[in-house]
Design a protein around this ligand. Structure first.
Ligand SMILES: Nc1ncnc2c1ncn2[C@@H]1O[C@H](COP(=O)(O)OP(=O)(O)OP(=O)(O)O)[C@@H](O)[C@H]1O
Length: 287
């Protein structure tokens, strides 16, 4: 397990009451990358991530996170790993500012709490009591608490659930910023656009195993997939052909229309390749 890896997992297994939830999983996450874990409900993502975070015991396998076995963490390791879980909890009467300052005191080299509040877009709510925050604002506070210790590795569990579209875009910017600063990020998400826009690589977990790891552009051989060219014929019906040379198909169609006296414009022309969602759904057996 080299220094280039933030996470190295071999043969990870975990069963609940004899039922395997993680069933011989291998995983490598490089330092500095954004890695998205995808998979259907019950695939074993949370179990895997909680083992990596040191919150769950494993039955078997080797696990190294920042060079440490999370089953035997020390306090310096804890401070190097940031967590954004699904709902950190309630802080009742405390304000956003108080909570972030309070958490900063747990870490040896915390970031500036005011800067972090601003970074997650809560500057206007710094003096609001946390119970009065909206769902999306609470999630932003969760993110602030995950990054206040300036972690080397940040786990984000479905981070943008409940965010409005603008908040998602702002959050994505924040993640890109953290990644540009060298933070390794492991994110679980059910939003394929989120994985596509943020991740250097995605790993698909199904049935407790990692079934594929690839860049979003190449998952499921997507970049080599046939393109579908579709257009409208003069009688209004839609025609479609699949081709691995769609440009040639379009050129031929345009030439044919020009030969028929047209201006070469192809009505209703679209050229599409499978989306990340298409290949993902095929991979997990839904198409
Ligand atoms: N504490 C537990 N006790 C018993 N079974 C559990 C426990 N936690 C998870 N499981 C089971 O293990 C399997 C994997 O669950 P896990 O939560 O890891 O999946 P997931 O991929 O995170 O799913 P989701 O996308 O729904 O969050 C499921 O069948 C689940 O019912």
């Amino acid at each position: 397990m080299t220094d280039q890896l933030a996470i190295a997992v071999r043969g990870l297994r975990k069963s609940y009451a004899g039922q395997p939830a993680v069933d011989g999983l291998d995983l490598e996450v490089r330092r500095g990358e954004v890695f998205a874990l995808l998979g259907p409900n019950g695939a074993g993502k949370t179990t895997t991530v909680e083992i990596l975070e040191g919150f769950r015991h494993r039955d078997a396998g080797e696990v190294s996170v920042l060079g440490v076995d999370p089953a035997r963490p020390d306090s310096s390791w804890r401070a190097r790993v940031g967590l954004v879980l699904q709902g950190t909890g309630e802080f009742d009467e405390l304000t956003v500012r108080e909570v972030v300052h309070h958490f900063a005191a747990f870490y040896p080299t915390p970031d500036d709490p005011e800067k972090v509040i601003d970074r997650v877009g809560l500057a206007g709510k710094a003096d609001a009591r946390t119970h009065a925050l909206s769902g999306g604002q609470k999630r932003r506070l969760d993110v602030a608490l995950g990054i206040i210790g300036q972690p080397e590795l940040l786990f984000l569990d479905e981070p943008t659930t409940g965010f409005d579209p603008e908040a998602r875009r702002e959050f994505w910017e924040l993640i890109r910023d953290l990644a540009a600063g060298g933070t390794t990020i492991v994110l679980t998400t059910h939003y394929l656009d989120e994985a596509e826009t943020l991740a250097d690589r995605v790993g698909v977990i199904a049935g407790g195993r990692l079934v594929q790891v690839a860049t979003p552009a190449t998952l499921g051989d997507r970049d080599n997939a046939m393109a579908t060219v579709s257009w409208r014929t003069p009688d209004g019906t839609v025609q479609q052909v699949e081709s691995d040379t769609p440009t040639a198909v379009v050129a031929e169609l345009a030439a044919r229309l020009r030969a028929d006296g047209g201006d070469g414009e192809i009505p209703g022309l679209t050229v599409t390749r499978p989306t990340l969602e298409d290949v993902y759904l095929r991979m997990i057996g839904h198409r």
